[in-house]
Design a protein. Structure first.
Length: 613
């Protein structure tokens, strides 16, 4: 039944030969990799306005903050085009840092992107729900249910179905959203320049006060607005998913994405400033703008629905960025190896599931509040920007390719600017939640290092040489001793005893942990009648423990026998016909198996008895 549901939701497995057909062209890659950045116009300008509106006089700086963000966007996009050119294999900041800066900067970049991608999903979904609630306030009490439903049953399921199906599903809503945004911008500009629409009433002074507190607010507004740039790095992480020529297609897509985003940010911000729209509780600034331009009619509701959809689908950028990144880190042994394995549909399914769980925890932990989640945003992504640009400067200096000085200057400028942004974000957002990311990144780096050390230890202990093989296969192979736990003589125990006699061990121990004296005597008498040739060892357990007495018995037995002797524990276990039947029985056999393997150098095997009804 489970497999049937899985097939219905995810689809049939794909052959390895279908890998090439899963690669996507530029026109599909743009919405798949850029939906996060492009959709940020739905909340980026609003996050600037929320800060500036705290002192109404500062609203005059709205345009300057937006211009600074657009300039920074151009620098970062140009720099990441160079990352793609120098590192066409994908992996983005992590891969380029590992190549030119070493392990620790690469792991910091990996941890930064890990936190940023999870935040991308949480913020995008929460923003999408906020957009639809602006149009339909009746849905407000159910916002968390909407968040989790979209996260699991739309994003996770469709991404588990593979890149091609996800791109086909998500591509058209993105293009429709872009059309809706530009329709709003052009309609607004038409009203401004052709119809001479009346500008909004500006109730602020022409010369806003300047001071340390004012500067900090402006910097915080800038830091919040920089959330519009998250997702720029996703293309560099997923270069292998592009159709050939992969490098060229990825660079072109990066340029197109940056140009579209700059135009939308500039146009929307200009209209917000011209009409002097201000943040309103329960209504997004984008919703206010659309209503101001078109009125509250069918166009308004259509654009609100499309904004909701694109904000939801913006999370898909992370689903195409984090799983490939984890596959690179798994290949290097810094995250569990299974993150490098492709699933039945040729997607990195384990990374997809991890991203879903992480985002769900954030959404529930912050109650789906966009403003609170935004406070955690941008630290990780700009830190990874800085590391990537620094690595690129070293790359150009080492390779000294044609025009390398110009490229080094571009990346050097990018590194300086993004370092400045990281400092601004840390200063302005630290007490509002950025401290969580400051703690999380070192913790993740520590975990990456511990995972890598474990894999190195495993490799050292598993490696087999001819000398090591000869030492293991010594002439005196030792004796084989079998231990069978017996709760009571049953068909399952009989099958285990039959199997034990088939392998002809040196000695068989049947062991009964006796928690009740009277019942123990009955079990012993029945055993002597059934199997007098094998003594039943009775282990008293006055505290009703089952596994601990048996483990102590095995520990003493292990010390008595020789180092070359082998001990096998045969666990009799019955297998119910239906899955739900397992809930009606204790899992003592599974618990015993896990505990024995953790504590003792013995072989543990299960002898199953499968029920027919």
């Amino acid at each position: 039944m489970f497999r049937t549901i899985s097939r219905w939701l995810i689809g049939k497995p794909l052959e390895n030969e279908r890998m090439e057909s899963e690669r996507i062209p530029k026109w599909k890659a743009l919405p798949i990799f850029s939906s996060d950045a492009l959709s940020s116009v739905g909340y980026g300008p609003e996050q600037i306005a929320l800060i500036l509106f705290s002192i109404p006089a500062l609203y005059a700086y709205f345009g300057a903050v937006v211009v600074a963000i657009i300039i920074l966007l151009g620098i970062v996009a140009l720099s990441y085009s160079q990352v793609i050119k120098a590192n066409p294999g994908g992996g983005g900041s992590y891969a380029i840092a590992m190549k030119y800066l070493g392990v620790y900067p690469a792991l910091v970049a990996g941890a930064s992107l890990f936190s940023d991608y999870i935040l991308t999903v949480a913020v995008s979904i929460s923003s999408g729900t906020a957009a639809i609630i602006s149009a339909f306030p009746i849905l407000a009490p159910y916002h968390l249910y909407l968040d989790i439903f979209v996260l699991v049953f739309v994003l996770m399921i469709f991404n588990l179905r593979g890149v091609q199906e996800a791109s086909t599903m998500f591509v058209w809503p993105t293009y429709i959203f872009l059309g809706a945004v530009f329709l709003t911008i052009f309609s607004g500009l038409y009203q401004v320049f052709i119809l001479n629409a009346t500008p909004g009433v500006v109730a602020v002074s022409d010369s806003p006060p300047m001071g340390m507190f004012t500067v900090l607010l402006l910097l915080r507004a800038f830091a919040n607005g920089c959330s519009s740039m998250t997702g720029v790095e996703a293309i560099a992480d997923g270069v292998p998913l592009f159709k050939a020529p992969q490098e060229r297609n990825a660079m072109i897509t990066t340029g197109i994405m940056a140009a579209i985003l700059a135009c939308m940010l500039g146009g929307i911000s200009y209209l917000i400033i011209y009409f002097h729209l201000l943040p309103v509780e329960g209504v997004t600034l984008m919703s206010e703008l659309v209503q101001h331009v078109f009125g509250r009619n069918i166009i308004f509701y259509f654009i609100q629905v499309m904004t909701m959809i694109i904000l939801y689908l913006a999370a898909n950028t992370a689903y195409n960025g984090l799983p490939p990144l984890l596959s690179f880190m798994a290949r290097d042994g810094y995250v569990p190896r299974y993150f490098g394995n492709r699933g039945e549909r040729l997607s990195f399914s384990n990374g997809i599931v991890l991203l879903t769980i992480g985002a769900a925890i954030l959404i529930l932990g912050f109650n789906g509040n966009v403003e609170h989640l935004i406070s955690l945003y941008a630290v990780g992504v700009f830190l990874s920007f800085t590391i990537a640009q620094t690595a690129m400067v070293i790359h150009w200096h080492k390779t000294r390719e044609h025009n390398w000085k110009i490229y080094a200057l571009i990346n050097g400028t990018g590194a300086v600017v993004t370092t400045f942004v990281v400092i601004i974000v840390l200063i302005t957002k630290f007490i509002y939640g950025a401290w969580i990311i400051c703690l999380l990144i070192p913790v993740l780096v520590y975990l990456f290092i511990k995972v890598h050390k474990h894999y190195n230890d495993v490799r050292d202990q598993l490696v087999l040489t001819s000398e090591g093989y000869k030492e293991t296969m010594v002439p005196a192979l030792g004796r084989h001793i079998v231990v069978i736990p017996v709760a009571s003589p049953t068909q399952a125990v009989a099958r285990a005893m039959r199997y034990a006699k088939m392998i002809r061990p040196y000695k068989i121990y049947a062991v009964h942990v006796c928690t009740d004296v009277a019942r123990g005597e009955k079990v012993k008498k029945l055993w002597e009648d059934l199997e007098p040739s094998v003594q039943l060892v009775m282990i008293p357990s006055p505290y009703r423990q089952l596994t601990d007495p048996l483990i102590r018995f095995l520990y003493r037995l292990r010390r008595r026998v020789g180092p070359q002797d082998a001990i096998t524990v045969l666990i009799p276990e019955f297998e119910p016909k239906k899955l739900w039947h397992r809930l009606l029985h204790n899992q003592s056999g599974s618990i015993l198996r896990l505990r024995i393997l953790n504590y003792l150098d013995v072989v543990v095997s299960t002898v199953p008895l499968k029920f027919k009804r």
